[in-house]
Design a protein around this ligand. Structure first.
Ligand code: GUN
Length: 284
């Protein structure tokens, strides 16, 4: 039986550190500020945005929420981003994705000032991550690395397999594992003999977005298994990309869903916003 990685606990430690540093910054007259934009009424996005606002309050940040109607035009959204780029009390800008189909997320991401891009989605920040010289790490992959570190298992020299190649998780995830000297393989829905590949993983990160996709026969004995998925099973219950009940008896460490990667993503967002505030005030 694997040890279950407690994402809530690791996340609380990160938030405590951010909160302590925020108190020190405030003594210097700097309060980190985050603006969150949400367009339309996607229920999952509304929950995420509410959790982000709550986290800001918890660590002592200033936050602004812009809830725009689904019919918002690209020009209106762009104008809001431009105005937030200029706002001195806003250090971080996050536009919750996905956007309604008529809006272009790339256009919005490209407009965010890279120094306020706390998601690390802007091409300038993505490029900086690629060469290992960055201000911000993307929140979910950075949170996954914290969870792996919390196990005490060293990444160096290990075989890591990432399932999924999204710009938000899979691709940057592979890069962060590579930065720590793992031997990394990225797999996806078109990979042939996927189970043969995943079975070679000492560290397996599942980010494919399919409920209970990773079964026990796809996992190497003693692997560290990280589940980035957030799906509903056949009974409407929240579940990950990993068949937790079956896989937990085969691996050494595993993250649960909920309570694994999810809480980490928001904590890393808080960390990035703090970094943004320090950068913009000449404190780094
Ligand atoms: N939608 C799902 N995950 C994310 C994220 O990390 N950032 C933003 N902006 N939108 C998301």
């Amino acid at each position: 039986m694997a040890e279950i990685i407690n994402g809530k606990e690791v996340s609380a430690q990160v938030r405590q550190a951010v909160s302590n540093e925020t108190a020190q910054l405030k003594e210097k007259g700097v309060t980190p500020g985050l603006a969150v934009i949400i367009v339309g009424d996607d229920p999952a996005s509304q929950v995420y945005v509410k959790n982000k606002e709550r986290a800001c309050d918890e660590v002592g940040f200033y936050s602004e929420k812009y809830a725009l109607p689904a019919e918002t035009t690209q020009e209106e959204l762009n104008a809001l981003v431009r105005s937030l780029n200029e706002k001195k009390d806003i250090n971080g800008i996050l536009c919750q994705l996905p956007l309604p189909a008529h809006l272009d997320d790339k256009e919005v991401i490209n407009l965010i000032d890279p120094i306020k891009d706390v998601d690390a989605f802007h091409p300038e920040n993505v490029g900086a991550i690629m060469i290992g010289d960055y201000n911000f790490l993307p929140c979910t992959p950075a949170g996954v690395m914290e969870l792996i570190h919390s196990t005490g298992v060293s990444v160096e020299g290990k075989k890591a397999v990432v399932i999924g190649r999204s710009n938000i998780v899979g691709k940057p995830m592979a890069m962060l594992l590579l930065h720590e000297n793992a031997t990394v393989e990225i797999t996806h829905s078109k990979t042939q003999n996927l189970a043969e590949v995943t079975k070679t993983a000492d560290i397996l990160v599942a980010a494919i977005g399919r409920a209970k996709f990773v079964t026990a026969d796809m996992v190497k004995d003693g692997a560290v298994v990280i589940d980035v998925g957030m799906n509903r099973d056949e009974n409407g219950k929240l579940c990950g990309d990993v068949d937790f009940e079956a896989v937990k008896d085969k691996c050494s460490f595993i993250t649960p869903v909920p309570g694994g990667v999810g809480p980490m993503t928001i904590s890393m967002l808080m960390k990035n916003t703090l970094t943004a505030a320090k950068l913009q005030n000449g404190l780094i």
